[in-house]
Design a protein around this ligand. Sequence first.
Ligand code: NAD
Ligand code: ZN
Length: 534
Amino acid sequence: MYSISVSSELTTTGSFCKPPISLHRFSFPFLRYPFANIPKRSPATAIHARKRDPRSQPVLKPSIVEDVSMGDEEDDEEEQLLFDDSKDGIDASIEEDDYVKDEYVEAEKTELYVGDGAGGGGIESSPSTILSPHSLHGAERITEAINKPSSTMSTAGQVIRCKAAVAWEAGKPLVIEEVEVAPPQRNEVRVKILYTSLCHTDVYFWEAKGQNPLFPRILGHEAGGIVESVGEGVTDLQPGDHVLPIFTGECKECPHCKSEESNMCDLLRINTDRGSMINDGKSRFSIDGQPIHHFLGTSTFSEYTVVHVGQVAKINPAAPLDKVCVLSCGISTGFGATVNVAKPKKGHSVAIFGLGAVGLAAAEGARFSGASRIIGVDLNASRFEEAKKFGVTEFVNPKDHDKPVQQVIAEMTNGGVDRSVECTGSIQAMISAFECVHDGWGVAVLVGVPSRDDSFKTSPVNFLNERTLKGTFFGNYKPRTDIPKVVEQYMNKGLELEKLEMFITHSVPFSEINKAFEYMLSGQGLRCIIRMEH
Ligand code: NAD
Ligand code: ZN
């Protein structure tokens, strides 16, 4: 029996960075950044930090700190050098013949590229490779009328002292700390976060069970806020703009950004292992001079954060940030995975694996596309009632069956569903989602973030029988170009803000951010909005 082995060995060192398919082990050059290996605080220091900032303290208004520098002055040449180094480092570590570009997996059918490298002629790839997006309809750009304040906020150019929820150690409650947030450098903006929410991806990197541990870190990537100040070279954003920070970026210059098919920006695509800004490899966050790692370039669990301009979507200021903040990750990801990548046709059957916020947004995308049957698959039966509101018509709990869930679905649908979208992060569910699609035309789309060491195994015959396996980050949306338009659609009732509200099951003040983790881990809620309440 032949089998295809798709492993995520690359993610042990390089996260989701290019090149996504590895046929050889090699190490990634990001660790050369001076900030990459911050020593952990000693337990004593950590205790001190907790004591220093009890949650009962009055809200700290942002204050200006003089003469606090986060490092060397920004330097264009240095920036260029770092990028060049990084690319050279990658290329140099891979033999030319074995370098499989992700473009090869972006073809419409049988996406996996058969390499001749280490794997003994088999196929070896990371599930994160399959998350590379494959299609995007030509996007119309939106022109918005945005009201801007006439003056710049007084904190521009200064270090801001504010509250942030710091993850000091894997799996330990976040601690609200007073942090210093340096001014934005070249091509960066500093954003005042008003609302943020918790996505399961934050939880994975906080638990650090199947992911690389990087602490201390400020997590968070689903949020809405207002631009406080902009760095040099930023021309399309200004203080007062309403924005959504996005975990994957759009430089607008690279071949991916210029392609209608890809959102895998060369410069700013998701990188889960980077804990610093790409400009200089340093953090903009510190506590008493100790740098704190960034997360996904967004770090929204902070009253103020610094984000690369390419990871900021400027939206209609009339959009309610406490609701549209969930469009900055989960809801756009799920909805886009269905409408932009799986592309079900009217009357199709669609299976959705995982009925959290991402999966239910994928179900909503199926309903929106006119799917006639939407089969929800989850291990948590309490999800099923909620899922009906999102158009899910049938439910399968793998725990209720002795046979593999893909077989159950094939029997329910006379051979398999037309489309499936996996939104669990479970490798088993990923395999089932692929094997439950109909031969001849079935398309499966992976969305869940796999564990570092996961390996995707299936028979190549499943591909020969003309099933397609795809994957996507952020539902194939280009953050700057498409997300303002998505927000507008919700505003115009095309997709309805009320629908968005249905994803928001909880809301807590920033001081109770750890409750959001409890809700997600216990499977109680979909999205929990964390109110910064400046
Ligand atoms: P969630 O925890 O709210 O929902 C996940 C659901 O999957 C839960 O209801 C859980 O019970 C279910 N589940 C887990 N294992 C399962 C299995 N083996 N079979 C069936 N159901 C199973 O999480 P979420 O915030 O909705 O995120 C879902 C996934 O999407 C996560 O892996 C997250 O990291 C990922 N994600 C990916 C992207 C992307 O761009 N690709 C963006 C956001 C989130
Ligand atoms: Zn997310």
